[in-house]
Design a protein around this ligand. Structure first.
Ligand code: ADP
Ligand code: ADP
Ligand code: MG
Length: 636
């Protein structure tokens, strides 16, 4: 076994590899960019080497610097993780030329599977079923359009060098073909430097089912399947193992095909054979087709580990160190069911837009497996993948594992950046998913309910207001028992603003008025039970959803702070009285306007001495929060 390895990656996968290496007594070297100097993977490794500035081209894609770092630190092998250099055959060749071991397949195996067209041709030859279509060299637009007609619509145009769902277009009808071809080619040229495409039959009710394979260069086994049909923009969101509805004979057919594929290229290490499956009428032994092979450890490998008890990274290290396959096919069995959900910093209602931001608070339930490369205080930067964590659960059967997934997502808390957490929670409870009726269109079909921006309840708002008012776990201080303490708090979420009116009734009781609703908060056993945190002028409530609000002090906005020139409406309300007129001289603290809001009268007073320059409201006016009511000027 190696005594020291270098991990050429960052984030959760670097942390995950370090964990297994440490358990095996193997020392670890991390590499990092300037953006990651304080990152978790750097802290976890025994040693760390700086690569360069944040952009990946200057850091995590600098194979030369990575190899030099391995040589300088005395590492004998390099684990590539996924993404970055993991499927780059030239990097593998350079690693080997430097006398180091690449923890993964040979450069030749990666090359054989690197382009989807060549991989499909190879698999066809090996007798593995491939998706019907055209994957030849002729890239003439008219020729490809003719092929699409032959294949029959709908068809899928795919970049041969594609990955991550890029360079892919679904075309429903012939008149749309050329336009989609041009945009797929343009996207492929930018993303992969290769504009070539292939045309495939679009499988109806498609399910994405992939098989985990493992080889030692001579022999290969499979570790069963994962269903990754829950996708948005052709990217996986929740994965599970085994696949719902899988039968023994279909599993055997898919497993055999996957092992055949791995053996055909003398595969060494962990790999995944992705199949597209016709799910329109149950699973059939003749209803699955090879899509592509990912020649690396896959993001969703934890669900396989959960049902097989195998540590795939341990296997990677052992096979790379020259050991034979750690298990025979007949030694491997499925135990129970597992799910993985990918928690991303992304804006779901905005179309799953990647987001950035500071993670002010992050906490997970203790009974789920959490793979994460960040902790509270870290930033999700624009430089890298916005994944925050993978939440993996295991249960004796699908129903109980899915309940555990819901419970784990409900107990997950993130504040500071927008995330897809609410979306994941709703998805975990979606009827079709619960019943196992999955296909790759499920999310899009239910996007209206899954992606809707939920509204906070009055209770969520009351909790936010009390937290913003700094109700800690202390009894309320600074108030007098014979006189209720009252306070306004305005909570803003984008353009939506809600004003909460808090009335403290005793050291353990508070009523929060939110529009027409009165929410009672009670301090019990030393706690207010407010599941929320304050962070940088914001408050995040961990309710049925995580809601984040900007805290606005309505009185500050009203201009009652000393010296202000304007008096604004602190909250939406009805003007009950205007006590002044233009030209009138006022002293600081004089009554200006009486506003009625939430059945309470609120007196707005002069923030300083001066002359009334302007009055823009009249008795009976309805005003919005922040509306200008009175303007003051200096006495001349
Ligand atoms: P697949 O299912 O084919 O493995 P995934 O959705 O699981 O695809 O994501 C793998 C992809 O994630 C990589 O191919 C790459 O585009 C991206 N990626 C690469 N490096 C990283 C990284 N360090 N952290 C997160 N994502 C990465
Ligand atoms: P990538 O390299 O981007 O992962 P894949 O070939 O693996 O590309 O396809 C990504 C996704 O697109 C699949 O998981 C599946 O949801 C969908 N897909 C791919 N091929 C087909 C097809 N022939 N019919 C229907 N859906 C497909
Ligand atoms: Mg794929």
């Amino acid at each position: 076994m190696f005594s020291k390895i270098l991990i050429a990656n960052r984030g959760e996968i670097a942390c995950r590899v370090i964990q297994t290496a440490r358990a095996m007594g193997v020392r670890t070297v991390a590499v990092y960019s300037d953006a990651d100097a304080q990152a978790l993977h750097v802290a976890m490794a025994d040693e760390a080497v700086r690569l360069g500035p944040a952009p990946v081209a200057d850091s995590y894609l600098r194979g030369d610097l990575i190899i030099q770092a391995a040589l300088d630190t005395g590492a004998q092998a390099i684990h590539p993780g996924y993404g970055f250099l993991s499927e780059n055959p030239d990097f593998v060749a350079d690693v080997e030329e430097a006398g180091l071991t690449f923890i993964g397949p040979s450069a030749d195996a990666i090359r054989a599977m690197g382009l989807k067209d060549a991989a499909k041709a190879l698999m066809e030859k090996a007798g593995v079923p491939v998706v019907p279509g055209y994957h030849g060299a002729n890239q003439d637009a008219a020729f490809l359009a003719g092929k699409a007609d032959e294949i029959g619509y709908p068809v899928l145009i795919k970049a041969v060098a594609g990955g991550g769902g890029k360079g892919m277009r679904l075309v429903e009808r012939a008149p749309d073909f050329l336009e989609n071809l041009a945009s797929a080619q343009a996207e492929a040229r930018t993303a992969f430097g290769n504009a070539d495409v292939l045309i495939e039959k679009y499988v109806q009710s498609p399910r994405h089912i992939e098989v985990q394979v493992f080889g030692d260069g001579k022999d290969a086994v499979h570790l069963f399947e994962r269903d990754c049909s829950l996708q948005r923009r052709h990217q996986k969101v929740i994965e599970e193992a085994p696949a719902p509805g899988m039968t023994d004979d279909v599993r055997k057919a898919m497993g055999d095909a996957a092992v055949t594929a791995a053996k055909a290229i003398g595969y060494a290490g962990a790999g995944t054979i992705e199949f597209i499956v016709d799910g329109s009428d149950g699973l059939r032994a003749d209803g699955f087709w090879f899509m592509e092979m990912n020649t690396r450890l896959q993001v969703e490998h934890p669900v396989t580990e959960a049902i097989t008890g195998v540590d795939l990274v341990e296997w990677q290290l052992r096979v790379a160190a020259g050991e034979p396959l750690p298990a025979r096919q007949e030694d491997l069995a499925i135990n129970g069911h597992a799910f993985e959900a990918r928690l991303y910093a992304e804006d779901v209602p905005a179309g799953f837009l990647p987001a950035t931001g500071m993670i002010d608070h992050l906490s997970f339930p203790p009974d789920a497996r959490i793979d994460s490369g960040v902790s509270a205080g870290d930033e999700i930067s624009p430089w890298y993948d916005p994944m925050i964590a993978k939440v993996t659960v295991h249960g004796p059967d699908r129903a109980r594992a899915l309940q555990s997934l819901s419970a784990a997502l409900d107990a997950t808390q993130v504040a500071g950046t927008v995330t897809n957490l609410g979306f994941l929670r709703r998805l975990a409870r979606a009827a079709d998913f619960v019943s196992g009726d999955v296909d790759t269109g499920l999310i899009a079909r239910h996007s209206e309910t899954l992606c809707a921006k939920p509204s906070p309840t009055p209770h969520d708002l009351a909790v936010a207001a009390a937290t913003a008012a700094q109700f800690g776990d202390e009894p309320l201080t600074g108030f007098t028992l014979w006189q209720p303490l009252q306070r306004w708090i305005a909570l803003r979420d984008g353009d939506d603003e809600t004003v909460a009116f808090l009335t403290v009734q005793s050291a353990t009781d508070c009523v929060v008025q939110i529009e027409d609703a009165a929410v009672r908060l009670h301090r019990r056993a030393g706690h207010w039970g407010l599941h929320a945190i304050l962070h940088g002028g914001h408050v995040t409530v961990f309710g049925s959803e995580n809601f984040t609000f900007e805290i606005v002090d309505p009185l500050a906005r009203a201009g009652t702070a000393m010296g202000g020139d304007t008096v604004l409406a602190p909250m939406p309300g009805l003007v009950r009285a205007v006590a002044i007129a233009v030209g009138q001289t006022v002293a600081e603290g004089d009554r200006l306007v009486v506003l009625e809001a939430m059945k309470m009268e609120h007196v707005l007073r002069a923030p300083r001495a001066g002359v009334i320059a302007d009055v823009t409201v009249a008795t009976g006016d309805q005003v919005t929060a922040g509306a200008l009511m009175v303007r003051l000027e200096d006495e001349t």
